[in-house]
Design a protein around this ligand. Sequence first.
Ligand SMILES: C[S@@+](CC[C@H](N)C(=O)[O-])C[C@H]1O[C@@H](n2cnc3c(N)ncnc32)[C@H](O)[C@@H]1O
Length: 209
Amino acid sequence: MPSSAQKFWDKTAARYAKSPVSDETTYQRKLAETQALFAPDMRVLEFGCGTGTTAVHHAPHVRHIDAIDISENMLEIGRGKAREAGVDNVTFTRGTLAEFGAANDSYDVVLGLNVLHLIADWQASIAEAARILKPGGALVTSTVCVGRSKLRFIKLLNPLGKLLGLMPDLYILTEEELAAEVRRAGLEIETQWHHARDGIAVFMIARKG
Ligand SMILES: C[S@@+](CC[C@H](N)C(=O)[O-])C[C@H]1O[C@@H](n2cnc3c(N)ncnc32)[C@H](O)[C@@H]1O
């Protein structure tokens, strides 16, 4: 039985694929800071990979990427993008991080981009990412933290937005809660900055000791 989140993202996939990157400069900065972590023999996992744009960018820099998402329609677009780009080292699989069930200490880098604020138990996803990272591996996240901004009132609109099929489930977190949870999972934050444009999305790189 598909969840309401899965239905929302399946329905949204084609439109999402057509929408341009909202801030190209910030996107390029995130790609560059992530690629600075890579080496050619690395294994990477991206959860909430969407239409695979980022995975396809990163694929030539590492050995293999597992790209997972709850939406089969998103994944199908991602498979098409990988084929078009001649990329054959990305495997697209449907599911959450917990369902994927990777082995302990098995990935060099785990990416969760624009996704943690869409997951009810986002804290468990951070703990799961920490579990599957190799010692010395890095978690790279980009998360909308509206908790202290005026936008936190979006939670009042969320039930109506969901009812009308215009919004996914949104979880309201602050940057401090995010950072505390990352540290609780045993990761050390190395990089943390806000998107220049809106200031509410936080890019973070955190290392497993
Ligand atoms: C806002 S999109 C971001 C996609 C991509 N990471 C990007 O930055 O463009 C969120 C994606 O997360 C997926 N998603 C939502 N909840 C998820 C979960 N619990 N596990 C895995 N993927 C999830 C959705 O299907 C959707 O493709």
